[in-house]
Design a protein around this ligand. Structure first.
Ligand code: HAM
Length: 425
């Protein structure tokens, strides 16, 4: 019977080769942008108390009602984090960050888990880069988070993006708007898709971002929250937009951006690929001024953003950005004969000790094979030790581009090579 090899769970992936390079590239740029803006890194556990998400994100949201990986251990219900904001609020409260100077600005680069139907750009385990600013209600914070998010994509050289902005109101104006919305849809429920029939009862705001053809026409006629904000929300949002305008960041006002979680209040925004639109948004965020209180803390305002790493990378590939991934290995060490092999083993380690990236293949005997490997690796130089060099205490430096070979005493090789590599870099 043929042996069966194991497969990764559906909707997950192995990240290696070029994908790993893209991941590192995105991560480095994101972390630079965040740190330069004064954000501090935080890692929280991949598992949390299930109630954190039920209460924080909302029982009726798709994530909590359908998509969580939940399990029981010793009578505790734990969940693999489906998102990062509720865990950050938990850490802010539990770790006493309220006593730090406010606001507290945190960033993360973490994996998340949602039991969604896998398709292009939608995974069951995926990565996000995220920003959260806790403890400041100023509209300037909203504008700054939008600006920081936009800067990430700009530094990644992604061109084809559009920023969609909306306000979702507050506990004063949203209930009134919800009544209006329900009234508008009340005689029209039969015209809605099956999901929206349920949403009408459980989560009417989501009627506005359904992508089903049947529901689109009604969405355009539905009352818009932006015209029904209380004066405080209206003024706050107006000021946010004025600040964003000040930075010449282009955005679109979009009343259909209502986000999928219950914790949002006031300003919300999404980053879309301009050609794809709402399908597979690159990132999203907004204010969550009620969440800290919902999770047992005092009334503290906050604002944040989460960007999807895989979708960002897919966009970079689509736009065929010319990325200059740093090359870590530029030297191959080749040997002929058993005495030379020992010397090469030492040379390889001397190079690595000196901080010069180098590789060798000690299982390959023939010099031809080894040079072929060196070409495949695309190194700039191959250092060769044959029987004669092993005897003389010398090393041949072969320039792979020109084919030129020069002989140097072993003791000088590291110095010569580092000089040449520095000159070429
Ligand atoms: P979200 O809109 O659910 O927001 O996720 C943010 C981004 O994560 C999405 O725009 C998308 O790029 C990516 N994403 C979400 N689900 C998947 C998936 N199944 N596969 C691949 N990528 C995915 C949040 O999670 C909020 N916590 C963001 C936030 C931070 N709001 C305030 N602070």
């Amino acid at each position: 019977m043929a042996k069966r090899i194991f497969q990764k769970p559906r909707g997950t992936k192995d990240i290696w080769g070029d994908d790993q390079k893209y991941f590192k590239y995105v991560r480095d740029i994101f972390e630079n942008v965040a740190e330069e803006a004064g954000f501090l890194k935080i890692d929280t556990p991949a598992i949390e108390d299930t109630k954190l998400f039920v209460r924080g994100v909302g029982k009726e949201t798709d994530i909590v009602s359908k998509e969580m990986y939940t399990f029981n251990r010793s009578g505790n219900s734990l969940t693999l984090r489906p998102e990062g904001t509720a865990p950050i609020v938990r850490a802010y409260l539990e770790d006493g960050m309220q006593s730090l100077p406010q606001p507290v600005s945190l960033y993360y680069f973490s994996n998340f888990f949602r039991y969604e139907r896998p398709q292009a750009g939608r995974y069951r385990e995926f990565w996000q880069f995220g920003l959260e600013v806790l403890g400041d209600k100023s509209p300037l914070v909203d504008a700054n988070v939008i600006a920081t998010a936009s800067r990430i994509y700009k530094k990644l050289n992604i061109k084809d993006i559009s920023i969609q902005v909306n306000s979702m109101g507050c506990p004063t104006c949203r209930p009134k708007y919800m009544k209006l919305l329900k009234k508008f849809y009340s005689g029209k429920v039969t015209k809605l898709c099956a999901d929206c029939k349920k949403r009408y009862k459980t989560n009417p705001l989501r009627l506005l971002d359904c992508k089903n053809e049947k529901c689109l026409a009604l969405q355009n006629e539905a009352p818009q929250i932006i015209n029904n904000l209380c004066s405080a929300c209206h003024d706050h949002f107006k000021t946010v937009l004025e600040y964003v305008d000040e930075l010449d960041i282009l955005y679109e006002l979009n009343p259909k951006v209502v986000r999928g979680f219950d914790y949002y209040t006031g300003t919300v925004f999404e980053i879309w690929n301009a050609s794809d639109g709402a399908q597979n948004s690159l990132g999203g965020g907004g204010r969550y001024d009620e969440l800290i209180q919902t999770l047992g803390g005092p009334s503290i305002p906050a604002m944040g953003f989460g960007g999807g790493v895989e979708r960002t990378i897919e966009e970079m590939k689509k736009e065929e950005l010319n990325l200059d991934f740093p090359k870590n290995v530029n030297i191959f060490v080749a040997q002929l004969g058993s005495k030379a092999r020992k010397k090469c083993f030492k040379l390889l380690n001397d190079l690595l000790d000196a901080g010069i990236g180098a590789e060798a293949r000690f299982d390959k005997g023939g010099i031809g094979d080894q040079l072929k490997t060196a070409s495949k690796l695309g190194v700039e130089y191959t250092l060769l030790i044959g029987q004669r060099e092993a005897f003389d205490g010398t090393v041949i430096i072969k320039d792979m581009a020109s084919g030129n070979q020069e002989v140097f005493p072993y003791e000088k090789v590291i110095k010569v090579i580092s000089k040449r590599l520095n000159k070429n870099s």
